[in-house]
Design a protein around this ligand. Structure first.
Ligand SMILES: N[C@@H](CCC(=O)N[C@@H](CS)C(=O)NCC(=O)O)C(=O)O
Length: 208
């Protein structure tokens, strides 16, 4: 058995955050596929045995079961000694960006992509609202990356992997990403890290 086991499915960008960290830090890990589209995360078994919150990612390591991508990224940085903070200021800065990501950058964009790009709802009042909120979060990240290679400066950290969760997915959101050149450059720099792979190459798709 591999050292780390990640419960995941390909369409989950939150799981991709953890998978990406495992990949670029060269960890020994394996995927445990979760059948999200047939309701596995909503079953009593999953909630009792894997995660009471009914979500992926879940990371298993040496008897621990961890959920929430921010917790998993923090844990992996500590375990591997890679991509973590170098001092307290960086620790708070990483936490700040990961909280912003979970609340605004990932959540609106991921929900928009799920509705518009996967469920194919077409344009609705909800997708319009989500796109407005996602665009606002993208503009904030665009500004942050305007004079930096990565979120904290000249080296990648787990904050970058958190915000990178959904940016490589191909599904349509109705957002023209061409208006965010700094984010495009940042994506290219992350994709150049040894071990980087795109989401559907790193994790099995739940939907065929
Ligand atoms: N804040 C959580 C979000 C996790 C999350 O939303 N996971 C989704 C997949 S991307 C999920 O498993 N949803 C299951 C469900 O809603 O039934 C994290 O960062 O890990």
């Amino acid at each position: 058995m591999a050292e780390y086991r990640l419960h995941c499915f390909g369409e989950s960008g939150n799981a991709y955050k953890a998978a990406l960290m495992l990949a670029v830090s060269g960890a020994d890990w394996e995927r445990v596929p979760v059948d999200y589209f047939n309701g596995q995360t909503r079953t009593p078994d999953f909630r009792e045995e894997i995660n009471a919150m009914g979500e992926v990612p879940v990371l298993e390591h040496r008897g621990r079961k961890l959920s929430q991508s921010g917790v998993i990224l923090t844990y992996l940085a500590e375990q591997t000694g890679k991509f973590g903070p170098r001092d307290d200021d960086e620790r708070y800065e990483i936490l700040r960006w990961m909280l912003f990501d979970n609340h605004k950058f990932t959540s609106y964009y991921a929900t928009l992509r799920f509705q518009f790009g996967i469920q194919k709802t077409g344009e609705t009042a909800v997708t319009e609202f989500l796109r407005t909120r996602a665009l606002s979060a993208y503009q904030i990240v665009e500004k942050q990356l305007g004079d930096r290679e990565f979120l904290l400066g000249d080296r990648p950290t787990i904050a970058d992997f958190s915000l990178a969760g959904y940016v490589y997915y191909p599904e349509e959101t109705g957002i023209d990403l061409g208006q965010f050149p700094a984010i495009a450059g940042w994506k290219t720099r992350i994709a150049a890290l040894p071990g980087w792979q795109a989401p559907y190459d790193l994790m099995p798709r739940a939907q065929s």
